[in-house]
Design a protein around this ligand. Structure first.
Ligand SMILES: [Zn+2]
Ligand SMILES: [Zn+2]
Length: 650
């Protein structure tokens, strides 16, 4: 230990004594950026340092210069690169605690470290840092060193240099920063993680006060300026060029990487991250969200997530209305799915021998629950009941609640809850109203669950990072798709067919078919009081879930079909440009029959409302609809039936 101490002192003496010194400065080795690539090898902006911008000395605000000197190295203009007192103090601390602690670093030393050295804490590195610092001082002017420092210093959130920091935290150029903002930024480099304004605004604000106090002590500002700066409200906001075109996705990747590999590796280690995102689809998603929410309240939020149904690859992700204002990713937030939950129960119904042509009356029914309460499911809309029979397919198309609850009662809520687990929803409560979605699920779970129907009954776990390599090309990790057949392909096809009906005339999504313009299936959902508006649906290749609502309990006052549906349809159309318009692959064991919607029997020309339905071979109805042939259709109606049919907007 004593030897090391001596060595350090000699070096310090050499430097301060301005002796001839021969250790040459190495070539500046700037940290290597990590690169995030989409599925086609395109670079996704937002994580990497391609945005790094070097400023000239005159472009760096004087307030920032004063602030950073006051808080990091108040003797900067007086010392010769190293601060012997600081080093001695750090050395004593180091010896006392028998490890290398940070501290005692002048701005010149930090610059030397940023330019030439790794972050490891060893004595050798510390000595090199001192030597290089002294060399820097001999070679460059103070202003030049300061400029290099301001351009290389790390502020957190991936921001190196004051210009990128200004854009990352205040969505503006460095030259536009106020004193309050300069002081805030100058406080960050000391501990970017702990003072991250987005994560720890209170700590950042306290740190700003310390910086302002130091500036006051150094005579760089007066008391009045300090008070004004302290009062200034700080609004943290990212410039869109910093966030990139897939900001929520990039943040997701970044969080994963930092958690696993650490900040330094992510921002300086030259990683290559191969992801599943498709930037073209992402742009379609961004556009569909902007178009779909135009004119809506600014606080209204949105989540869109699209998966490739064949492998669970995440292709596009929008986690909110405006990443700069709120980086919270709503693709992972728990919301009530409403009627978008119905298809999972109908899948069990088909599994248990129901067919899409089976009819159930929509009429007043009541159930005594185990808590003694009476539960009376009603439809949504102007009338509580339709007072007529529904085939199950039409019940899905119109999103009838009363029929769905009756089916669940027949199946047994426990069986339904257990069955739905296979779609990625464990631990559902076995309640009678389960098909109406009284539970909380994530949009990404909904997308993965619906993709099962599109992918012949095979569930694929969502995946977004395929491979990560280090800067030498060594593979650090590789992720593989994870798939499991969970329902029969015939069952999946029959549900697809029922969900295609939603986009047909009479369905709650009939207005979307024209927009998407290709074979597709999906389901609307709107929860009580219009708090959550959903549309989840798919083509044979792509599955997308869209949620619209508020972060806090507020009503959207729009249905899923009205607000989420068009976003979904616009996205699906644009994301599918160039892909063939293929229909769902019908398994050999499925037959298609034209069915009368009033009777559930094989339709004849006399039937006013008929639609094609899919059946397990041999389960289709045998009888033709004799009601309409013989004029007995009045038998199909309940005595209380009114001729007027309430339009469901669920
Ligand atoms: Zn009804
Ligand atoms: Zn008929």
């Amino acid at each position: 230990m004593r030897r090391k101490l001596c060595l350090l002192l000699i070096i310090v003496l050499l430097g301060t004594g301005n002796c001839a010194f021969t250790w040459k400065l190495p070539k500046a080795e700037l940290p290597e950026a990590s690169i995030v690539l989409d599925i086609n090898g395109e670079v996704i902006n937002g994580l990497t340092r391609e945005n790094q911008i070097n400023l000239e000395r005159e472009q760096i605000p004087q307030d920032f210069v004063n602030a950073i000197i006051a808080v990091e190295d108040k003797n900067f203009y007086r010392h010769l690169g190293v601060d012997p007192v600081g080093i001695a103090r750090a050395l004593i601390t180091n010896i006392k605690y028998r490890k290398i602690l940070a501290g005692g670093s002048t701005i010149t030393q930090q610059t030397a470290k940023n330019l030439y050295l790794s972050n490891e804490k060893t004595f050798i590195r510390k000595i090199k840092e001192l030597v290089y610092a002294i060399q820097l001082e001999r070679k460059y002017s103070k202003d030049k060193i300061l400029t290099m420092y301001c351009n290389t210093i790390y502020f957190g959130e991936g921001a190196y240099g004051v210009e990128v920091a200004a854009r990352t935290f205040f969505a503006r150029r460095a030259e536009q920063l106020s004193l309050a903002q300069c002081a805030l930024l100058a406080g960050l480099p000391n501990s970017p993680g702990n003072y991250d304004p987005y994560l720890h605004p209170d700590a950042a604000k306290k740190r700003q006060a310390i910086v302002l106090q130091r500036m006051l002590e150094e005579g760089k500002i007066d008391l009045k300026q300090k008070e004004v700066a302290l009062q200034e409200k700080l609004i943290y906001d990212r410039n869109s060029s910093v966030a990139g075109e897939a900001p929520y996705f990039t943040a997701l990747v970044k969080d994963y990487l930092i958690d696993k590999y650490g900040q330094r590796m992510v921002y300086q280690g030259g990683l290559r991250i191969y992801t599943t995102l498709d930037l073209d689809m992402q742009k379609s998603a961004n556009q569909a969200v902007v178009t779909g929410l135009k004119g809506q309240d600014e606080e209204m939020q949105v989540a869109l997530v699209a998966l490739d149904v064949r492998n669970g690859h995440l292709r596009a992700m929008v986690g909110g209305r405006n990443f700069s204002r709120s980086s919270y990713n709503r693709v992972f937030s728990l919301r009530q799915p409403g009627s978008t939950f119905k298809p999972f129960m109908y899948s069990l119904a088909i599994d248990q021998g129901f067919t899409p042509a089976d009819t159930i009356m929509c009429e007043e029914v009541s159930y005594k629950l185990s808590n003694g309460k009476i539960y009376r499911p009603t439809d949504y809309g102007s009338k509580p009941y339709h007072w007529r029979p529904f085939t199950l397919k039409e019940a899905v198309m119109l999103s009838d609640n009363v029929v769905a609850v009756q089916v669940n009662d027949i199946l047994g809520p426990k069986n339904t809850a257990k069955y739905i687990e296979r779609f990625g929803f464990p631990d559902l409560s076995p309640v009678l109203s389960l098909p109406l979605g009284p539970i909380a699920v994530k949009p990404i779970e909904m997308a993965a669950a619906y993709a099962t129907f599109a992918n012949r009954g095979v569930y694929s776990k969502p995946i977004y990072i395929l491979k990560i390599t280090d800067k030498r090309g060594q593979v650090l990790e590789e992720n593989h798709i994870s798939q499991k057949p969970v329902i029969e392909k015939e069952n999946a096809y029959i549900i697809c067919d029922m969900l295609k009906g939603v986009l047909e005339p009479g369905g709650t999504g009939s207005h979307l078919k024209k927009i998407i313009g290709r074979s597709a299936a999906g389901k609307t959902g709107t929860t009580d009081e219009y708090q959550d508006a959903w549309f989840t649906g798919f083509t044979p290749r792509l599955c997308c879930s869209v949620w619209v609502g508020y972060d806090m309990n507020r009503n959207v006052n729009l249905t899923g079909g009205a607000i989420a549906g068009p976003i979904w349809a616009n996205f699906m159309r644009e994301a599918s440009v160039g892909a063939p318009d293929e229909d769902f692959d019908r398994p050999a064991g499925v037959d298609i029959v034209n069915i009368c919607l009033d009777s559930g029997l094989v339709a004849t020309e006399a039937c006013p409302r008929a639609i094609e339905m899919a059946f397990y071979q041999g389960t289709e109805p045998e009888d033709i609809c004799y009601y309409h042939l013989s004029g007995l259709e009045f038998l199909l109606k309940n005595e209380d039936n009114s001729t007027e049919r309430p339009q469901l907007s669920y």
